[in-house]
Design a protein around this ligand. Sequence first.
Ligand SMILES: [Zn+2]
Length: 442
Amino acid sequence: MILIFLLAFSIISDAQLRVGVARKSITPETPFWLTGYASRDRPSTEVLHDLWAKALVIEENSRSRIVIVTTDILGLSRDISEEVSRRVLAEHGMDRSQLILSSSHTHSGPVIWPALSVIFDFDREDQKTVMRYAEKLTDDIVEVVNMAFSAMEPMQLSYGRGNADFAINRRQATDKGVVIGLNPAGTVDHDVPVLKAADMNGNVKAVLFGYACHNTTSASYLINGDYSGFAQIEVEKMFPGAVAMYMAGCGADQNPNPRGSVELAAEHGRSLAEAVNTAMKGEMKPVRPPLRTSYIVTELHFRPFDPGIYRREMTGEDIYMQRRARLMLEAYNKGWDVSTYRYPVQAVRFSNDFTILALTGEVVLDYSIAARARFPRENMFVAGYCTEVQCYIPSKNILREGGYEPESSMIYYGFPGSFTEDVEDRVMDAVALVMKRSGAGR
Ligand SMILES: [Zn+2]
């Protein structure tokens, strides 16, 4: 009798969560300009596979819920992210901390206007096309979240971990400083965190997985999700009826290896899917409520700039430096403040079972290592490329070493230059605060 009671109780307590998942294609109509490489000189006319916006809603009760959105794009712009948040939060009565918006950082997806506008020189027609896509993407993300809400049913969540070894540190030291190459001795993280949602009959409905590596295997003109697009397709084949969702980790200083073709992207996708499969066949630990969330915006500072530098860049050879210089001089002349970047940091915790720390922008691996070292008792996945992708977030070490991530990438992102030395401390202080506010350590 006691046994029956306990069994019933455990079923009821495990059934507390309701989960809904949905996906919607966000593949642009071709021809369409792709983003991620400044070297592309024409739009794409061919789709290798569809790109998706996917949404996972996890609800403890009407006040306590989270929504995770993944998108097969380079990164959301601030405009899109803010408009999606405004509409989703109003429609579903949610707090900003309960919505995670993430991007896979595929370099074979559509231009997300106005992000990285420094690398493009569009005519009026192209300009209209990319602006229309940004509006449609906003509508599509809001709609896929609504679809996931309509699909909610009781489910159980569980967590496991796999391993895929194709990521390599790309910050190679040379006589001329650090360049993008191969650094086999550098830090890597080959973990593949996996969150599974299964219905009460055990059918897998959603598989959320991550990996800390740039989505840059190929640089073709074919629209595709790069390795993570292939991985999601493979996982959906392995678990028919499930929606596979990819969240990028802190892989801003990591590249797939080898790289250079869509065939290699497919191969890395298969490795990643196999890692997910291995995790799901192994011991999956329960992920239980309560859900606790926190979202704050901290301020990061750019090093002070001298407008004389931009006046000189305006007359230089480099077209991208000229365009960035034009933006900076315009800001300077109009008295706009471009010294600060408002940086969101978010934590979503499932009791003490699992935590997603959602960091904004192109975050280097040092942050994931530092956050997990600071919260060793948290089963934590540190996601990058959340909320918006406006620039790289270098660590103190990487800032000191220099190179593309902390310095020259800022030209393409249209920012004044490098962050100040305290960037890592400021981000980590914000991490400590969101972890505390979401109940870590209790
Ligand atoms: Zn990147």
